[in-house]
Write a protein that binds this ligand. Structure first.
Ligand code: 26W
Length: 775
């Protein structure tokens, strides 16, 4: 039976309906289940083959149905079936994203899984099956509001519950069942299917009948509630540490369940001699969030299989590797010893043993007792997770060249001095399947018509497009495609936001989590300055531009929420100004997510990547824009540096202080001086306090103003150097605005960016992990 017939059969037998009468949910269920039957024969592991395990608290996989159909090679057949039945495949756009992640770190994990499967690399993901993913965002009078993300509202047809592979996870005062839900990770039309295993916590005894009979109804369901609380919700923090008990429980929950599984699988195949364990499994820790896996594996080996600590340590060290994703000091995880003792006391002795082993090693290495302190795994009554990860693993990597250098020279400098061989760089990447083939069919077809379709699994092929930069027809088609993607985005925004934007404007886009270091506020200041410049006649001949923002702020991050409100106020002011109607527009789209990114990125002319130099570990959105033919407006930070290295600085807009300059001015930096001496800056900043905009008495705007000019107890004034970079940013933007007048010349820059994006495929990244760390 072919795929279409299976779809019809499932609709008939399981839903008692036909394609024409079926609801979107029923269609989705039938299509997905038919696809699952299709891949079943390929979903297996090769015996005796080493497997890599990607442990991550987040997997931001987005919408699965289109990607899975494409990778299975069923997209055409499904589309034909739908056309025949008069159904629009677009109906699946109603289906929620799987938003089990916050931002870059979670999306990277999803790209890696796609790339590994597409290149026959045996890599499985392990994480948490959150009941609610990242909150949904709405705006209420310009303020961010949040609501729960019920990502399973259309069901979860891509998961298989594996009851018989459940394990028990123990906390000091609680035991829970960890039930695996396995999702297929489908390689691009290559018959390879890997697994993403997401753990769900459930009670061992669902219902206490005795308590119920005693009329203690709360107590009757208490165990179930306590278990379900563990995976109830994804912590919505991105780059901000929260030392909460529940978060520690989540981390231990999926770490322990995964370690038990690996040990069980190993013993089933090889018995209780663990000497080959590290030849069977490589475990990559996606930031420190799964790092408790290290003492947990050691504990299991010591307690259940009676290995000595030393034997277990050596196995762990050979097995684990650690990736750091941020240098924000406030994101470094440190758990209070008291909390560890309260939640998982059984693990603590092994943390102490790790600490002691390190201390002994330091003594043999002639390190002064003063310096020794900065290595201690247990320090200030806290367990320092990054130190544990570096110490008890064989590899530590950063995610872009500059980031790895910063790790070696600053954040983890003392560790680099001790173990230089452990440090390595793996510049991030993105999957061109989702971020070009799927989200930009027009550009994909254009590329394929010129160079064939090998780029889909070998992005270096894109280089061959370079020969067409000076080809009139090719460049014209390229420009038409950008226009078409802009029109499509306009239609979507009209329907989804109720706002009309002009497809003939320059599309200038900043989409990413809202964070001070990413400097959306700098973007806002510069827009305001442009607005005043146009009004005052200082700026003439301005090429009309729409400034698009998309970002979620962590619900407890007051400043980030203030910035959202501020940008929404600016948008409103400009929208009601008739003079601006054919000049500029600002829009903050609501509920930015993976699926929204897939629409915004192909339509962009300018990609805003304006973090303070030395703060953005890599960035991956920047790569997606480049691949879809946008120029980068950016600082020399993260992967921007490698992007312009590939595409040429002359084809991008690089501005602002670099890492050295920031370091040099830091101690004497005085933003108030800049403010007092620069009337443009003063005017823009004053809008935060002079009543130009209304924050409804929340105090948000004044707080932003004071953060920049006065600082706060925890930060120096203008900690992220907005005022330092302000003029250089405005100049770079004006330059781009003028350059755009020569549409051909501008399109050529975009084209060159696209043609040189090959390096930023996650296929390249994952092969480097595979070859240099795992196999
Ligand atoms: C404990 C709170 C917390 C939560 C999330 C701390 C840190 C994180 C992540 C590590 C933050 C994150 O997503 N980092 C991003 O990782 C991307 C993938 O490597 C990089 O491209 C981004 O630059 C980096 O900010």
């Amino acid at each position: 039976m072919n795929f279409s017939q299976k779809v019809l059969q499932i609709l008939d037998e399981q839903h008692n309906t036909t394609p024409k009468k079926a609801t979107t949910k029923q269609l989705y269920d039938a299509v997905s289940k038919a696809a699952m039957l299709n891949l079943k024969k390929d979903w297996k592991t090769t015996p005796g083959q080493k497997r890599a395990c990607y442990l991550s608290a987040e997997f931001l996989i987005g919408r699965l149905v289109y990607a899975n159909l494409m990778n299975l090679g069923l997209a055409k057949e499904c589309e034909d079936l739908f056309i025949k039945e008069g159904i629009d495949l677009k109906c699946f756009e109603e289906i929620e994203d799987d938003a089990l992640g916050n931002g870059g770190l979670g999306r990277l994990a999803a790209c890696f899984l796609d790339s590994a499967a597409s290149h026959h690399i045996p890599l499985d993901g392990f994480g948490i099956r959150y009941r609610y993913g990242l909150f949904k965002q709405y705006f209420d009078n310009g303020f961010q509001g949040e609501s729960a993300d019920d990502w399973q509202s259309f069901g979860d047809p891509w998961s298989v519950r594996k009851e018989d592979e459940a394990v028990t996870v123990s906390f000091r005062n609680q035991q829970v069942k960890a039930i695996p839900y396995d999702m297929p990770v489908i390689g691009y039309q290559n018959g390879c299917v890997n697994t993403l295993r997401l753990w769900q916590a459930e009670p061992i005894n669902g219902f206490n009948f005795h308590a119920f009979n005693d009329l203690k109804y709360d107590e009757a369901v208490k165990e179930a509630n306590d278990a379900e609380n563990i995976n109830a919700v994804l912590y919505p923090n991105d780059n901000g540490y929260e030392g909460r008990v529940l978060r520690l429980k989540q981390q231990y929950f999926f770490s322990s369940a995964t370690m038990q599984t690996l040990v069980n699988r190993y013993t089933a195949e090889y018995g209780e001699n663990f000497s080959a364990f590290a030849d069977c499994y490589a475990v990559q820790l996606n930031d420190t969030h799964p790092t408790i896996s290290i003492p947990e594996l050691i504990r299991i080996l010591c307690e259940d299989y009676l290995l000595t600590f030393e034997e277990a340590f050596e196995i762990a060290q050979k097995t684990f590797a650690y990736t750091n994703h941020t240098i924000m000091a406030e994101a470094l995880e440190k758990w209070d010893v008291s909390m560890i003792l309260d939640v998982i006391p059984q693990v603590y002795p092994y943390i102490v043993m790790l600490h002691n082993r390190l201390s002994r090693e330091l003594k043999t290495k002639n390190i002064t007792s003063d310096t020794q302190k900065c290595y201690h795994i247990i320090a200030d009554n806290q367990v320092q997770m990054a130190r544990m990860a570096v110490y008890a693993s064989h590899s530590t990597n950063g995610v872009a060249q500059i980031h790895t250098e910063i790790l070696k020279n600053e954040v983890l400098h003392e560790w680099y001095m001790l173990y230089p061989q452990r440090f390595n760089n793996k510049t991030n990447g993105i999957t061109q399947r989702r971020w070009l083939a799927l989200c930009n069919k027009e550009l994909s077809n254009f590329i394929t018509e010129h160079i064939g379709d090998k780029w889909i699994t070998d992005l270096d092929e894109l280089k061959k497009m370079q020969t067409y930069v000076d080809d009139e027809t090719a460049l014209n088609t390229f420009m038409q495609i950008k226009s078409e993607k802009k029109r499509q985005l306009c239609d979507y925004i009209k329907a989804y936001e109720g706002v009309e934007i002009n497809p003939n404007f320059i599309f200038d886009v900043q989409i990413k989590r809202l964070h001070e270091y990413k400097r959306q506020l700098l973007n806002a200041f510069s827009i305001l300055d442009t607005y005043y410049g146009i009004k005052d006649g200082r700026i003439k001949d301005f090429t009309p531009t729409v400034y698009l923002f998309g970002a979620k702020a962590a619900p407890g991050y007051f400043r980030a929420k203030g910035i959202i409100k501020y940008i929404n106020e600016i948008a409103k002011m400009i929208a009601v100004d008739p003079e601006m109607k054919d000049k500029m527009q600002v829009l903050f789209v609501h509920n930015y997510n993976v699926s929204y990114a897939e629409k915004l990125i192909p339509a962009a002319d300018i990609s805003e990547q304006i973090s303070t130099a030395g703060t953005e570990a890599s960035g991956t959105g920047n790569m997606k824009f480049m691949l879809n033919g946008a120029v980068t407006m950016g600082t020399m930070d993260g992967a921007n540096i490698e992007i312009v290295e590939q595409a040429g600085r002359e084809n991008n807009y690089i501005f602002g202080a670099e890492v050295d300059e920031i370091a040099a001015v830091k101690s004497s930096y005085n933003p108030r001086n800049i403010y007092n001496n620069n009337p443009r800056i003063k005017r823009v900043l004053d809008t935060l306090i002079d009543g130009t905009f209304d924050d409804c008495g929340s105090g948000m705007f004044a707080e932003l103003y004071h953060a920049i000019l006065d600082g706060a107890s925890w930060h120096q004034p203008d900690h992220y150097f907005l005022l330092l970079d302000f003029e250089r940013y405005c100049d770079a933007r004006m330059q781009a605005n003028r350059d755009y007048k020569d549409k051909k010349a501008f399109a050529k820059k975009c084209f060159i960016n696209m043609a040189n994006a090959g390096k930023f495929s996650s296929d390249r990244t994952i092969k480097q992990y595979a070859e240099e760390i795992w196999f």
